[in-house]
Design a protein around this ligand. Structure first.
Ligand code: ADP
Ligand code: ZN
Length: 520
């Protein structure tokens, strides 16, 4: 078996060796074990199920959220001689019947299925008849409401697979999963026991930068940046179709070889734009987030967010399209707090919890933009990783930063966590430290604690930033089992026993930065 795996890797896929965790993952799945893969975009997730599908007897089911990409992937597999098909709503009845017959004849190695098609009675009946090897769930973060791309149909997958073949191994794959999303996925798929293969999210070749967004100035800065990267491929993300059109027009007027891309455009136009970009006939795509999923252009040199994204996960995913070839990629975001408020207002018609969730994601996004901490440290902390040293390759690391002595502040923050018995969120801790009364403070008698009101001289923002920096320094951690309550880590406990001097970074004041930018 091992021999066949190695030889098929080379013979069929044309790769001389495995990358990262691929070999361990393939082995694990071939042992019929439930497998959970977290790997950044571009690292090579597809091979983790395609190779076992080829080696195994029977058909592997691949559940994938994007109908548009299914055909692409199936075409690519067919081109290297693998028998693969897809089943989704774009097929006519007779086409679907043909696909099903191939599967029943045990010819098909991979069958891509849209989650909507999986839930259809007739398809469930058909899959019960088929000889299946395993189920792969691509983009598994779609299961979680805490992810950036929630798809309600994804939550039905487990119960349907249980109907079809209860003991079929499952491999779930995603490029973005905070610890919370990861837990959500495992619970929903009832695969808490699955073996987890998590690669580091550190994309060392990406440079992260945030600049204040100022009327007129930012447009000039945008054009200047693009001209400095003349002839290089880049993607610019905007939130609305209207903005996409506007920026694309602006660039064209300024002799930049750019085109817009959004869901409101004719599909023929979209396909042409995408092809032109891939074929280097177009330098810059100005797009809504509709663009990019599954685009594998290795030499995208920069990704610019002209508008702030809705979550740090989305941001990571979108910037991840830069520098897939391992060479430098520049990730630039234009930020102003007003955009965060605007995004929050868009959610006003959503259900209360949904809006609350979205708001928390937005707060993380704005904290990232405003932080003075190494951006890579901040991002990796969000994904549950600790980076011990500053990266030296982000705007914060490169610039002079204002620091202040953090010892006393951190003692207060950690004391607040300890005195409230590690059972409260960041927001509540800030209220306790600042001595603000609310229902929780009253019912838990937090106004009687020694830390209550001890930090009222400093702002909300100050304390939020201190607590976040204590998290990034791994003195505090979020308890994902319990609503994101903050807990002391061993390092935090040691600090409280014997506090030491710590440099903390001031957050950027983007309003002020914006003013100084307009003046000169
Ligand atoms: P992901 O789904 O994780 O974003 P893909 O599966 O699309 O990534 O793979 C990204 C790129 O890496 C593809 O061009 C793929 O051909 C290539 N690749 C995957 N595995 C290997 C390997 N073992 N050796 C060389 N290239 C690989
Ligand atoms: Zn850095």
């Amino acid at each position: 078996m091992e021999e066949k795996v190695k030889s098929d890797l080379k013979k069929i896929f044309g790769f001389s060796q495995f990358r990262g965790n691929q070999e361990l993952i393939v082995d694990n799945l071939l042992k019929q074990r439930n497998t959970f893969v977290i790997m950044p975009t571009g690292a090579g997730k597809s091979l983790c199920y395609q190779l076992p599908a080829v080696v195994n007897e029977g058909t592997a089911i691949v559940i994938s959220p994007l109908i548009a990409l299914m055909k692409n992937q199936v075409d690519q597999l067919n081109a290297i001689g693998i028998n693969a098909h897809f089943l989704n709503s774009t097929l006519t009845k007779s086409e679907a019947t043909k696909v099903k017959n191939e599967v029943l004849k045990k010819k098909t190695k991979l069958l891509y299925v849209a989650p909507e098609s999986l839930t259809k009675e007739e398809n469930i009946a058909f899959l019960k008849e088929a000889h299946l090897s395993f189920v792969a769930i691509d983009e598994a973060h779609c299961i979680s409401e805490w992810g950036h791309d929630f798809r309600p149909e994804y939550r039905k997958i487990k119960s349907i697979v249980a109907q079809i073949a209860p003991h079929l191994p499952i491999i779930a794959l995603t490029a973005t999963a905070t610890p919370k999303v990861q837990q959500d996925i495992q619970r929903n798929l009832q695969m808490e026991e699955a073996d987890l293969f998590k690669s580091s999210f550190n994309r060392t070749n990406l440079f992260y930068e945030v600049r204040p967004k100022v009327k007129n100035e930012s447009k000039k800065a945008l054009i200047k940046f693009i001209k400095q990267h003349k002839g290089k491929s880049g993607i610019i993300y905007c939130l609305s179709r209207k903005k996409v059109e506007e920026i694309a027009e602006l660039l064209k007027v300024n002799q930049v070889n750019a085109a817009p891309y959004h869901a409101g455009l004719d599909s023929a136009v979209r396909i042409k734009t995408q092809d032109d970009f891939l074929n280097e006939e177009l330098d810059v795509i100005v797009a809504t987030i509709a663009f990019g999923m599954g685009i594998d252009k290795p030499d995208v040199r920069y990704v610019i967010h002209y508008d702030v994204p809705k979550s740090l996960e989305g941001y990571y995913q979108e910037t991840g399209r830069a520098g897939r070839d391992g060479l430098e990629g520049h990730c630039l975001m234009f930020y102003r707090y007003e955009d965060i408020i605007k995004l929050d207002k868009f959610n006003k018609d959503k259900a209360v919890t949904e809006r609350e969730n979205a708001k928390i994601l937005l707060q993380e996004m704005s904290a990232y933009a405003e932080t003075g901490v190494c951006r890579r440290k901040f991002i990796l902390n969000y994904f549950g990783e600790t980076l011990n040293e500053d990266c030296g390759f982000c705007d914060n690391c490169k610039r002079e930063r204002e620091t202040f002595e953090g010892l006393d502040y951190i003692v207060i923050a950690l004391e607040a966590v300890k005195q409230t018995n590690e059972r409260f969120t960041l927001e509540h801790l800030v209220r306790v430290i600042r001595g603000e009364m609310d229902d929780y403070v009253i019912s838990y008698k937090h106004d009687a604690l020694p830390v209550f009101g001890i930090g009222k001289e400093e702002s909300d923002k100050h304390w939020t930033s201190v607590i976040r920096q204590a998290m990034i320094a791994a003195m505090l951690e979020k308890d994902i089992e319990n609503y994101g309550h903050l807990k002391l880590t061993p390092k935090g406990q040691e600090f409280l026993e014997a506090p030491y001097s710590v440099d903390l970074y001031k957050d950027h004041d983007f309003e002020k930065l914006a003013e100084t930018e307009t003046q000169d």
